[in-house]
Design a protein around this ligand. Structure first.
Ligand code: UVW
Length: 319
């Protein structure tokens, strides 16, 4: 009888890797594919002057969509008119008053970029660095080098929900490589090497529509999952960035083995693909359906936070 695969080591034993491809000190992985030619290719997609921002709002009245166990952002006013009225603060010389606030949040608690060292298995993070490097702050493969470089390239939207004729994919619904390719065909585009790949499932919009109680019930996100041919396709196509409107960019578990977030291992840790999660794609998708332009210039940079495991980002797309 065949034994059930129950570890990432076993599941990914023949999976490709980009470790060492950009030298032993690399910390930005597949972002290296986005060279000057790719920036110019992205700029060529700007044909109409339309601008879209892809971040979800932090601190909505429904809270923030986050991975279970994480909590919504807490934003607190620490100065405002009330402080002046209560005599707790005085106007500046000349009469100027001001409001101030602070925020306490998970750095992965909104639209964000994962550092390449964010997840690992077998005690090795991206490029083979020792997982010891994550203790107390990421000494290797933190989000900072990605933030310093910026992410600019030719992006495409694959609107899988629209291609399947639904408002949102259902819990646990898998997106296969064939779904991606046939949806691109329906949109009239061909996915090209080095494209920044944005996939719409309609899932995050359900958080804001239905609220957290319904959203987190039997939490099982839809999306891509580990399939040998899918990972080999990412490798061959040299996809630099994967972004989706889900919390974790992939089906929560691998259907056959139950292994959790296998693409964080196969794509992020092994191939160095940059993950842009919790995207707001509703407005962009609506526009793409109207004008039938599915490609664009993608521009974004996560916040420059030293040693961080990830950081918020508000990507800008220009068509
Ligand atoms: C986890 O790391 C669990 O998820 P994410 O990549 O969505 O932050």
């Amino acid at each position: 009888m065949e034994e059930k695969v129950n570890s990432l080591e076993e599941l990914l034993k023949d999976s490709p890797t980009n470790w060492g491809r950009w030298g032993k000190d690399d910390e930005v992985g597949a972002l290296n594919f986005l060279d000057r030619q790719e920036v110019l290719r992205g700029i060529k997609a700007v044909r109409q002057g339309k601008v879209f921002t892809l971040q979800v709002i932090i601190g909505s009245d429904k809270g923030d969509p986050v991975w279970p166990g994480r909590t919504s952002a807490i934003r607190i006013n620490v100065n405002d008119k009330g402080y002046y009225l209560a005599g707790k603060n005085k106007p500046l010389y000349g009469g100027l008053e001001y409001a101030d606030d602070i925020i306490i949040m998970f750095l992965q608690g909104t639209t964000q970029i994962d550092a390449l060292g964010h997840t690992w298995y077998g005690d090795r993070i991206w490029n083979g660095y020792n997982a010891i490097e994550t203790i107390g702050g990421l000494n290797k493969a933190s989000v900072l080098p990605i933030a310093q470089r910026g992410i600019v390239g030719h992006g495409i939207l694959i609107d899988v929900a629209w291609c399947k004729g639904v408002e949102s994919l259902s819990a646990g619904e898998e997106i296969t490589l064939n779904d991606l390719l046939s949806c691109a065909k329906k949109e009239g585009i061909e996915i090209q090497k080095h494209d920044i790949l944005l996939i719409r499932t309609g899932w995050i919009a359900q958080f804001f529509k239905k609220g957290p109680a319904e959203f987190y019930k039997n939490f099982l996100e839809p999306g891509l999952t580990y399939r040998k041919e899918l990972v080999e396709w990412f490798y061959k196509m040299e996809i630099p960035v994967l972004g989706t409107d889900t919390i974790a960019n992939e089906r929560t578990t691998h259907p056959e083995t139950g292994i959790v977030l296998p693409l964080h291992a196969a794509l992020m840790r092994n191939l160095g693909v940059i993950f842009n999660e919790i995207l707001w794609l509703e407005d962009l998708a609506e526009d793409c359906r109207k004008d039938n332009q599915w490609d664009f210039l993608y521009v974004g940079a996560p916040l420059k936070i030293n040693k961080a495991t990830g950081a918020p980002i508000n990507p800008v797309v220009i068509k």
